[in-house]
Design a protein around this ligand. Structure first.
Ligand code: XCC
Ligand code: SF4
Length: 676
């Protein structure tokens, strides 16, 4: 036996099947390329590293040194009383709820800390401590000032005059930063929600006091021997999630818009094919646009373009991965290089002269991949560094922002001539229109002179648009890359549901060509197609990065305010989805959607299945409490149909289900007339 074993050949590592791993041809091509070059990616690791079945169920607790206590739910399930307990007696519900809200804490912390960084830069800009940043959108500054309780006018000799915007900005900065740690009161932006929603939160005792406190309290409550009632635990999870969506994330979005400009629709391109063989490729990856804004500014200068030419390149091509990509796309039209799961592949093209990363969703394996090429991998944020020694760290500081950005761009340009022979950039890319937001939806659907949400509401009421789907979130290597995203979105628009998208779902839709007005004719039901063609918008509206899910909350609020569709977000014919989620941030987003009254379906898996009572609480009881609830559906078509069924349920409750039937007849009749 022993001899036999020695005689066997060393095992070749199992590799991912490119076609099974992704539906995107560029991604398939690059996975194949990685195999040829002997480079391992996340797709390969997913084949050999199986997920833990107990963690997957949410029932592994390692919150103290007596554990980890693992309480798997067997296939047979539990009949009668559940005998499972940790050493301390914690039930599966307690354990799953603790784990779940710790995920919310992680996600809310990530979004909100990003918001805090932006607020700090905002403060420096307002105080004029930096030349690199200044207030760009004063209209939005005034609007946000009002929500933060900052006076925008002054009384002088009995006359009301506009207050100096510099003064307003300083005060906005101070009050905004205070939202993270103020000792009293509640978050200012909560009042932006429809009033019944605010009152409901108040009634349930989940109005967040300040952002940091709600996150800290989760860590306290989930410590051994504190909160041991899943209902009370998730209540704090709700409070922290609201502090994310209507607090940290919303502040990030609003302050970024004021500093860098509110996005308006613009054209660009998406997928690995945006990289250029004969240009210096700088790929920007992460989430915070504070640095990438500067790189965009610097890379576009005559000086840097000339410098690139002096090194034999035709110029500098910027592109982005993950949400930093979405940020610089929506404000500058910088093309999208790819989604979360394409980050390693961008380097494997051999044409990435520098990958610049900030925070969140950055694979540590990028360093190992970069080692196989000439690529400079540059970390820039003090809280996000890598242990590998081929990684450069150029710490970015808003006080010398332009210098830092210039250093990075020059490093990339200098590296162009170190490229080796093995460049292979996939040809695939799609044209896109991105940069939608609360303001531009109003503009497009209402027109210049009567910008409002009435037109959107009219079209929902008359049934041309059946409802609204918010489809967002990550890629997850446990499911075929982009397949869930695209099947869900296509099924929705086919059924006349307009889709608002952010994050990696937005990038997936971009790569598929769904972000063009022309796609309406190809993929949409007749009602939605007609609306899109009339106003010239895509059926899938790119609303930005993951913190910009706050735009979806505010757009939903505008729809409520425009009238005719109920009094609260939970009355709207709308549903949320994250078909390929993976990050803790997605859990926080999912939960603030639910707490805001939205039925929200996740794909892949949800770490609550090992605690059926807690799961039922989230999936069913929550609807009675908040009007929104969680669901899990792995099959993308069923996933979309569940959303559609919910939307139809809401249409019926509003009494507008009949209208939709009529409009369909009308359309057919009209078509017949037109053709006659
Ligand atoms: Fe990250 Fe924001 Fe998820 Fe994409 S969608 S994988 S969190 S980049 Ni936010
Ligand atoms: Fe086990 Fe309880 Fe400790 Fe968790 S807190 S590891 S369930 S003893």
């Amino acid at each position: 036996m022993v001899e036999n074993k020695q005689a066997t050949e060393p095992k070749t590592p199992k590799l991912a099947d490119p076609v099974e791993a992704s539906i995107d041809p560029a991604t398939q091509q690059m996975i194949q390329r990685a195999h040829e070059l002997g480079i391992e990616t996340a797709f390969d690791r997913a084949v050999t590293l199986k997920p833990c079945n107990i963690g997957n169920q949410g029932t592994c607790c390692k919150n103290c040194g007596m554990g980890p206590c693992r309480l798997p739910l067997t296939k047979a399930g539990v009949d009668g009383e559940d005998p499972r307990k940790g050493i301390c007696g914690a039930t599966p519900n307690t354990i799953a709820a603790r784990n779940f809200i710790r995920m919310i804490a992680g996600g809310a912390a990530a979004h909100s800390d990003h918001g805090r960084s932006v607020a700090e830069v905002f403060q420096s800009a307002a105080r004029k401590e930096t030349d690199a940043y200044r207030i760009k959108d004063t209209r939005k500054l005034i609007e946000v000032a009002k929500w933060l309780g900052v006076a925008t006018t002054v009384e002088v000799d009995g006359q009301t005059l506009d207050r100096d915007t510099d003064e307003i900005a300083v005060e906005v900065g101070e009050i905004a930063l205070n939202e993270w740690g103020k000792a009293e009161g509640e978050l200012h932006f909560l009042k932006r929600a429809p009033q019944p929603r605010y009152e409901l939160w108040k009634k349930h005792g989940v109005l967040p006091r300040n952002i940091d406190r709600e996150i800290v309290e989760i860590m306290h409550r989930t410590h051994i021997g504190v909160d041991q009632d899943y209902r009370n635990l998730i209540k704090q999870g709700t409070r922290a999630a609201i502090a994310d969506g209507w607090g940290g994330s919303m502040l990030a979005t609003e302050l970024q818009d004021i500093l860098f400009g509110t996005p308006y629709p613009l054209a660009s391109e998406a997928n690995l094919g945006v990289m250029k063989q004969d240009m210096v490729n700088i790929v920007i990856h992460g989430h915070e646009p504070v640095l990438s804004e500067m790189i965009v500014a610097v890379a576009g200068t005559r000086e840097m373009q000339d410098y690139a030419r002096s090194k034999g390149a035709k110029g500098i091509q910027l592109s982005g991965i993950c949400c930093t990509a979405n940020e610089i796309l929506q404000r500058h039209g910088v093309p999208l290089c790819g989604t979360f799961l394409q980050q390693e592949l961008a380097i494997i093209t051999g044409a990435c002269d520098a990958m610049v990363v900030d925070i969140q969703c950055i694979f540590q394996n990028l360093a190992n991949v970069a080692k196989c090429f000439h690529t400079k991998l540059i970390t820039t944020h003090p809280i996000a560094r890598m242990e590998q020694d081929n990684v450069l760290h150029i710490e970015f500081d808003e006080h010398h922002a332009l210098e830092d950005a210039k250093k990075i761009v020059m490093l990339a340009v200098d590296n162009f001539q170190n490229r080796r022979a093995e460049v292979m950039i996939p040809k695939h890319k799609s044209p896109i229109v991105a940069g939608f937001g609360v303001e531009s939806v109003e503009y497009h659907l209402g027109g210049v002179f009567r910008g409002s949400y009435f037109t959107l509401n009219d079209n929902i009421i008359n049934g041309r648009i059946r409802g609204i789907g918010g489809v967002v979130g990550c890629n997850n290597v446990r499911t075929r890359h982009n397949e869930g995203h695209l099947q869900v979105v296509k099924e929705l628009i086919k059924n006349d549901i307009i889709v608002l998208t952010t994050g990696c779902n937005a990038i997936a839709c971009a790569m598929e060509g769904l972000l063009t007005p022309e796609s309406a004719k190809v993929f949409c039901g007749p009602g939605l197609a007609e609306v899109c063609e009339t106003v010239g918008i895509p059926p899938v509206l790119h609303m930005g990065s993951c913190v910009d899910n706050s735009r979806i909350l505010l757009a939903a609020t505008e729809v409520v305010k425009a009238g005719g569709l109920g009094k609260d977000i939970s009355d709207l014919p709308a549903a949320g989805s994250a078909p390929e989620w993976m990050s803790e941030k997605a859990i926080s987003i999912g939960h603030y959607f639910v707490a805001s009254g939205v039925y929200t379906v996740f794909g892949v898996t949800l770490p609550v299945s090992g605690a059926p009572v807690f799961q039922k609480y989230l999936f069913e009881e929550f609807e009675k409490l908040y009007g929104g609830m969680w669901d899990l559906e792995v099959d993308p078509i069923k996933h979309a149909r569940k959303m559609i069924a919910h939307i139809d349920k809401k249409r019926q409750a509003l009494g507008i289900d009949r209208a939709r039937e009529r409009i369909m007849v009308d359309m057919a009749t009209r078509r017949a007339l037109e053709n006659a």
